[in-house]
Design a protein around this ligand. Structure first.
Ligand code: 5RP
Length: 231
């Protein structure tokens, strides 16, 4: 069998998403290493998109570098399409996101869109969400309380929340000026109920379960080519 690296799978999935983009429209653009080749392909379109609503400072810089206008989310009423990666994809199209720290803006943009095209390499496909530590953006004042709640358990699953840190040991700070807890050891069997429950906790900005804003389609890079999963 031909070896196709994870990076090559990401690149194939990212570039495949261009087939869903209508020239002249404004689309939502996510964040990450699978989104990077998608942005690159946007820059190569013979008939360009009118603009993008971006989910991070990082993607904004990449879009602007290619001459693609970036619009404020407040100036659009809705989007035809949102394209973004994921850390885990379950059989129903429910996702874990936020490995790159952009989960709050990603959820805002996903909620504006009619369709969410998820792009990922084959390793992201799972039966049950939770193997990847769940990112949760929190107001720093609530970190200890939210950590205790995860340890006590929610909807039959408990986890150990660890504050995300940068290489120099300081807390990682999101584009929104908040912190991220990565919660290890969860097994999320009811993502819709889990997302709603954690969203209710004081101090939680965004939980990285995307169940209410799940994927419509997942373009999955595999050694055999890009698979299209429709949910
Ligand atoms: C960023 C995200 C990314 O979509 C997720 O982490 C996947 O990243 P990559 O495409 O680099 O594997 O949620 O917050």
């Amino acid at each position: 069998m031909v070896h196709v690296s994870q990076d090559e799978q990401k690149r194939a999935a990212g570039r495949a998403a261009i087939a869903y983009v209508t020239p002249g429209t404004v689309i939502g653009v996510g964040t990450g290493s699978t989104v990077a080749p998608f942005i690159e392909a946007l820059g190569e379109m013979p008939e360009r998109i009118a603009g993008a609503v971006s989910s991070s400072e990082r993607s904004t810089a990449a879009l602007l570098a290619l001459g693609i206008p970036v619009l404020d989310a407040n100036t659009v009423e809705g989007l035809e399409l949102y394209v973004d990666g994921a850390d885990e994809v379950d059989p129903r199209g429910y996702l874990i996101k936020g490995g790159g720290g952009a989960l709050t803006r990603e959820k805002i943009v996903a909620a504006l869109a009619d369709r969410f095209i998820c792009i990922a390499d084959g390793s992201k496909r799972v039966d049950v969400l939770g193997g990847f530590p769940l990112p949760v953006e929190v107001i720093p004042m609530a970190e200890a309380a939210v950590t205790r709640r995860f340890a006590a358990g929610v909807l039959g699953t408990a986890g150990e929340a660890r504050l995300r840190r940068t290489a120099d040991g300081s807390p990682y700070v999101t584009d929104n000026g908040q912190h991220i807890l990565d919660v290890h050891g969860l097994r999320i069997s009811d993502p819709l109920a889990f997302e709603s429950a954690v969203n209710d906790w004081p101090g939680v900005v965004t939980v990285g379960v995307f169940a209410h804003q799940k994927a419509s389609i997942c373009l999955l890079g595999t050694p055999e080519g890009v698979q299209t999963l429709t949910f």
